[in-house]
Design a protein around this ligand. Structure first.
Ligand code: T4K
Length: 361
């Protein structure tokens, strides 16, 4: 089976070399040397001020909410992975859903503004598939209504917007370094911020709120990244630019060969993009599902990212949230979108095969 994605693994000798250092030091987690090295190198690579590495992106989202003392209502998108909504509920916050833009698939600031109430304290937009949100409009809203902005930037590693890393926007931006992301630390994530005060707070929260052996200054959690994860990151960081180039070549091929076949594409808001997903929009849900099945039967596992909408999750059953929040565009995209296999080491012949299977339908 050819999957929608596949982890990029580094040269094993590079990994072993770092492991030997870990063995010598006998220091395997808790703010180790490899982690510190990776944090520094990532800040440099991404050109961001501060970054806190975490066990995964979901826990980085959690830290961001604790660290910014977010409460009440948080406005977010329903077209996302389960983690975004789950973490809000996990923290006892009320997710309020706004609709997306039909071209970019990102949260629409105009609908967000309509849904702001006295209880709103934050907005959590998602740069869907790494495509930049309207960060300027969100900045304006934040100023006007005194709101925090925490970006779920799980997909954006390597994406830039207006000459800056896309992860540098907002009060906090959360990256995912999960196995199938452009940059992986097996499992992992990071919380980026421009504020030194917040960086120090995020670091404390990551380690139970422990300041010293006798001082626990915050009710923090355990979101530490181990030395083994960080070592994987150090190795993988070497190949990012080359992997973006490979992704881009395949993305362009898909787009060129599928154009004019009644297939829609996400409108990309930057040229500095990482091309880690290949979402296409079919005319109907029925057609999307037929193509999904046809690909699967022929050995290709495309994925319906993100279907169902989070507002249609089983745990919201009976609440009719998609209707209640009038999420017309999000429903339209979620019902028709299909992400095709795309990752740096995918052979072009497989892309050709996927394209011809789609054309058959
Ligand atoms: N916010 C957003 C917007 C996100 O998209 C995500 C994660 C998060 C937050 C949370 O980030 P983390 O807490 O995970 O850091 C996958 C990823 O597991 C998930 O991280 C990602 N989003 C999501 C979009 O995709 P699944 O449930 O589709 O994973 P799975 O296991 O089906 O893997 C996808 C494909 O990759 C499979 O078809 C097979 C292939 N694969 C997978 C793994 C793990 C491999 O070939 N090798 C592997 O080792 O969520």
């Amino acid at each position: 089976m050819i999957y929608v994605s596949q982890p990029t693994l580094p040269n094993i000798d590079d990994y072993i070399e770092i492991l030997e250092g870990i063995w010598d030091r006998k220091w395997i987690t808790n703010n180790g040397q490899v982690l510190k090295d990776l944090e520094k190198k990532l800040c440099r690579y991404l050109n961001v001020d501060y970054l806190t590495l975490t066990t995964n992106a979901t826990l980085a989202l959690s830290i961001s909410l604790i660290g910014t003392a977010t409460e009440g209502e948080v406005i977010t998108t329903p077209l996302t992975f389960a983690a975004t909504t789950n973490i809000l509920l996990f923290h006892g916050l009320k997710p309020v859903f706004a609709d997306i833009d039909l071209d970019t698939y990102n949260l629409d600031p105009r609908d967000v503004e309509k849904k702001i109430t006295k209880k709103t304290t934050a907005i959590m937009p998602v740069h869907v598939y790494g495509n930049p949100c309207d960060v300027k409009a969100f900045e304006k809203l934040a100023k006007k209504y005194n709101l925090k902005i925490i970006y779920d930037a799980a997909h954006v590693f390597g994406c830039r917007y207006n000459g800056k890393s896309l992860a540098s926007y907002g009060d906090g931006s959360v990256l995912s370094f999960h196995a199938v992301k452009l940059f992986n630390t097996i499992e992992g994530g990071a919380l980026v911020t421009n504020s030194k005060r917040l960086k120090n707070k995020f670091d404390l929260i990551r380690n139970f709120g422990i300041k010293s052996e006798t001082e626990v200054v915050l009710p923090g959690i355990n979101a530490k990244m181990s030395e083994f994860q960080a070592a994987m990151g150090l190795c993988n960081l070497k190949n990012i630019d080359e992997n973006i180039k490979k992704n881009k070549k395949l993305y362009k091929k898909y787009k060129r060969d599928l154009k004019g076949k009644n297939i829609g594409f996400q409108k990309l808001m930057t040229d500095d993009y990482n091309y880690i997903y290949m979402p296409i929009l079919l005319e109907t849900k029925k057609l999307r599902d037929r193509i999904y099945n046809h690909l699967y039967e022929n050995g290709y596992s495309a994925r319906k990212y993100f279907y169902p909408l989070t507002t249609d999750f089983d745990y919201f059953k009976g609440q009719n949230l998609t209707k209640k929040y009038n999420l017309v565009n999000a429903k339209y995209v979620s019902d028709r979108v299909l992400c095709l296999p795309l990752y740096p080491n995918l052979e072009e012949s497989h892309v050709d095969k996927v394209i011809s299977l789609i054309k058959e339908i």
